[in-house]
Design a protein around this ligand. Structure first.
Ligand code: ZN
Length: 155
């Protein structure tokens, strides 16, 4: 199923490259790890799971900026080696269709709705959230660990 009503927003390349530099400089909040399972280390830049044996960087990212009631910073992974930013922005990333929670926010960064992708198609939830004119964007997170995965905006 493809739709053109939304746009996937992967982590910006400059944020990814800054994380790689910080990890190379040994900053204490940037850990270099080796993926040891095929679906435990989703890279927020290319939106694919790191393969077992690939190096990833774990670092904190403020998906919801400071100074708001729903402000939130939490751990995310990116590949330690250069990777291509996800380009199929009109398609929900194939690797990440399962095990995700989706949260709708208004333009003031208030969470106004939330749902777990549980048997339903993620596109159906996105469409429903965007039917509400208050929804400014939707954040996709890991349902188990709660970590930010990527953002969805209106197309
Ligand atoms: Zn990557």
């Amino acid at each position: 199923m493809t739709t053109s009503k939304f746009c996937i927003v992967p982590l910006p390349t400059e944020v990814t490259e800054t994380a790689r530099r910080s990890a190379a400089n040994g900053e204490s909040d940037h850990a270099i790890m080796v993926a040891d399972s095929p679906n435990g280390y989703p890279c927020r830049h290319c939106l694919r799971f790191a393969r077992s044996g690939e190096r990833v960087i774990l670092f904190p990212y403020a998906a919801i900026p400071p100074d708001h009631p729903y402000s939130e910073s939490g751990p995310i992974f990116v590949h330690a080696e250069p990777c291509q930013r996800y380009t199929a922005t009109r398609e929900f990333p194939a690797d990440l269709r399962k095990g995700r929670a989706m949260r709708a926010y208004n333009s003031k960064f208030d969470m106004i709705d939330a749902e777990i992708v549980n048997g339903s198609e993620p596109e159906t939830i996105i469409e429903k959230f965007f039917e509400n004119p208050e929804t400014a964007f939707v954040d996709v997170r890991s349902v188990i660990r709660g970590c930010y995965t990527f953002r969805i905006q209106r197309a």
